[in-house]
Design a protein around this ligand. Structure first.
Ligand SMILES: Nc1ncnc2c1ncn2[C@@H]1O[C@H](COP(=O)(O)OP(=O)(O)OP(=O)(O)O)[C@@H](O)[C@H]1O
Length: 332
């Protein structure tokens, strides 16, 4: 049986073709594409099928998508693509086309992780059967939560929590909010906690610290700001500290909102790339800075996922779930 799984992102799309024989899964082709190179998901999938050079049609295709997944036509949030289920299913010649939210896939992927795939940021003891949460900054800011069901497995629920209104926690963050309101009518957490958000925070710091008129959008992307900070640029350093403080505020808020004593996981493309910043005492202090509820946050096990294939593994596991091939967790 042939399966296609994909983790579609605003920056990159990661796809694989797997074969399942007697319950054993083997990946025969895998590739990462730059999403901006394609005008549509259809053209990306066409390229992938051509590159994979497989003769059989896939029995299941599961695509993890960055945006609200609804029936019929799906519009992605940070990518100008619209997916039409019927058309794509016909083009891929598959009887089963499954669309899931990208963080729902990441949540499904958590069960496939091994100890070398994450590091602990807050070493609290996880409670078996308790709620879990996964969030992460990348091109956007994803969030899903998980509720235990039978046999130690979890149901994963997608949210659009990244689009909740950003709430500043101190005067500096209030100034950031005012700065961002000059550009965006609605300033969500995602506008701050994402690759484009790092750029916004850097521009704000430049203006706040030096009074300089910040350069136009696109002047420095997340990776460049991070690299400049590590090279000793004081404005970039302040920007990364502010970004990490706000990431911590967000994580602390989720600890209170969901009380995920089973684990609060950080994924997305940015988290693993800023690991040293997340492992400073400053990050954990800011997470737990919740007044009378600080102790509750301290009880939350917080993990940084370093395995960048999480979403792809989750999409494959979700595809396998639908075929009932594996009753146990699929590990690839
Ligand atoms: N070292 C870094 N520090 C901060 N930001 C970074 C770094 N490297 C890349 N980025 C930013 O991360 C973003 C890409 O994230 P990611 O790898 O999660 O892409 P994606 O999977 O396509 O995103 P999404 O799933 O959120 O649509 C880009 O906006 C980029 O600027």
């Amino acid at each position: 049986m042939d399966i296609i799984a994909g983790d579609i992102g605003g920056t990159k799309s990661w796809l694989l073709w797997a074969k399942v024989v007697d319950g054993v899964v083997s990946v025969c082709f895998e590739h990462v594409y730059a999403s901006a190179d394609f005008v549509s998901a259809d053209s990306l999938m066409q390229q992938f099928v051509s590159d994979a050079r497989q003769s059989a049609s896939p029995a299941v295709v599961c695509l993890a998508l960055p945006g609200p997944v609804q029936d019929g036509v799906i519009r992605l949030t940070n990518l100008d693509w619209t997916l039409e289920r019927m058309a794509l299913q016909a083009a891929l010649k598959t009887p089963h086309l499954l669309f899931i939210n990208d963080f729902q896939a990441a949540a499904r992927g958590v069960a496939t992780l091994t100890a070398s795939d994450y590091v602990m940021l807050n070493p609290a003891e996880p409670l078996a059967g308790a709620t879990r949460v996964i969030t992460g900054a990348g091109t956007g800011l994803g969030l899903a939560w998980m509720q235990a069901k039978t046999k130690g497995r979890y149901h994963a629920f997608a949210t659009e929590g990244g689009h909740i209104d950003f709430s500043p926690a101190n005067p500096q963050q209030q100034r950031l909010l005012s700065f961002m309101r000059e550009t965006f009518a609605h300033v969500s957490w995602e506008r701050v906690l994402s690759g484009p958000g790092v750029n916004q925070v850097y521009r704000f710091c430049l203006q706040d610290m030096t009074g300089e008129i910040p350069p136009a959008l696109g002047a420095r992307n997340g990776a460049e700001v991070n690299a400049a900070a590590l090279a000793g640029d004081p404005v970039a350093h302040a920007a990364m500290e502010l970004f990490v403080d706000i990431y911590a505020n967000w994580v602390g808020n989720l600890a209170l909102l969901y009380q995920p004593r089973g684990g609060l996981y950080l994924g997305g493309g940015i988290s693993a790339r800023i690991q040293p910043w997340l492992q400073t005492p400053r990050f954990l202090q800011a997470c737990c800075d919740k007044g009378r509820m600080s102790g509750l946050v301290q009880q939350t096990p917080i993990y940084l996922i370093t395995n960048t294939r999480l979403g792809l593994q989750g999409a494959l596991a979700a595809a396998l779930d639908t075929t009932m091939i594996c009753d146990e967790e699929a590990t690839i």
